[in-house]
Design a protein around this ligand. Sequence first.
Ligand code: SAH
Length: 214
Amino acid sequence: MKDTFKHQGMRQQLVRILESKGITNANVLNAIGKIPRHLFMDSGFLDHAYQDKAFPIAADQTISQPYTVAFQSELMKISAGDNVLEIGTGSGYQTAVLCELGARVYSIERQQELFKKTSKFLSKIGYRAKQLIFGDGYKGLPEQAPFDSIIVTAGAPFVPKPLLSQLKQDGGRLVIPVGDKAQIMTLFVRKGPKEFEKYEYGEFKFVPLLENKN
Ligand code: SAH
């Protein structure tokens, strides 16, 4: 599969759409302008890769809408070298954005099929996460904590405590969509051992964060 001038042109249009919807972080926009999203999709959806929409991938999951990816990435306020955890690797698109932003990325996926497929694919196209993990994101990744930021890319029925406790104490950020049918995008900023600031950013729709498979 190739990245053609046509794809690159469509990608720049997508970047402009995201700007018009209020995304301002230049690094995030650059990352989206650079990553060949069409390669992350099933072939049946290739023509739609640069629309600002979510699409189905394997195992009944979805590749998140570019606006959502950009919005969450912006809230994480990533600096190069940050230690970052993603829950829900899925297609690996968000993982690639985090790599492009210069983060050291750990990403957990609960479906083995997706874990295997995406692990192979990401290294094939040259995105090297620090580690992709087959496991349960509700537990986080205590052995690599603390994290500068954590992103959850599935709808969480509640905020898992381990994720809060694995944030850096001086300003660690958790970006998590919380709710059942629809989710409120929520940001927690850690200010001390037990102090968190909480901000809410309106409604988004995600596939559910599922419990207890691994
Ligand atoms: N970041 C992905 C979004 C994929 S959708 C992308 O850009 O494509 C959400 C993903 O979360 C799915 O792949 C789903 O299998 C995974 N998931 C659901 N519950 C999980 C859990 N408890 N731990 C880890 N991953 C989980």
